[in-house]
Design a protein around this ligand. Structure first.
Ligand SMILES: [Ca+2]
Length: 146
């Protein structure tokens, strides 16, 4: 049972990450040394039982991995949270990967106000597609959903 879950997740993540890798490869080839920092920035791979909020679309840029969500708790105010690079995480998330077994609800305002959407267990969302575009640079709080 454990093995089957991991295979499913890897399969999903491969679909999510593959286009991003292609885009980065093209960017590096096209613009030279300036893109090296971008390549480093997107190097973070979301580990098992984490929820990874990325600063840019396609799971790139800096990352914010809240310890709270690993333990099924809440992040009530992104305004007091930062990406690894020091930038404020409020209204700044453009893609997210959830490798936990829980679903999470996203909100536009702190303290779980103005519900915007739900991300499934072992799933990811890129806020540039039609389904999720409205969430780009909008998340201000998150909590587990039943
Ligand atoms: Ca917001």
């Amino acid at each position: 049972m454990r093995i089957s879950k991991e295979i499913t997740l890897k399969s999903k993540l491969a679909k999510i990450v593959a286009p991003a890798l292609s885009a980065i490869a093209i960017a590096v080839a096209g613009t030279g040394p300036a893109s090296a920092s971008d390549a480093e920035a997107m190097a973070y791979t979301c580990k098992d039982n984490e929820v990874c909020f990325y600063q840019h679309s396609n799971y790139t840029g800096s990352v914010f991995v809240p310890d709270e969500l690993k333990y099924h708790s809440v992040v009530s105010d992104f305004g007091v949270k930062k990406f690894v690079n020091g930038a404020n995480a409020d209204n700044a998330v453009s893609s997210v990967i959830n490798t936990t077994g829980w679903r999470f609800c996203f909100y536009d305002r702190p303290f779980m106000q103005h519900y915007q959407g739900t991300l499934g267990a072992d799933d990811g969302a890129n806020f540039v597609g039609q389904q999720w575009a409205y969430l780009n640079d909008r998340i201000s709080s998150v909590q587990p959903c039943s």
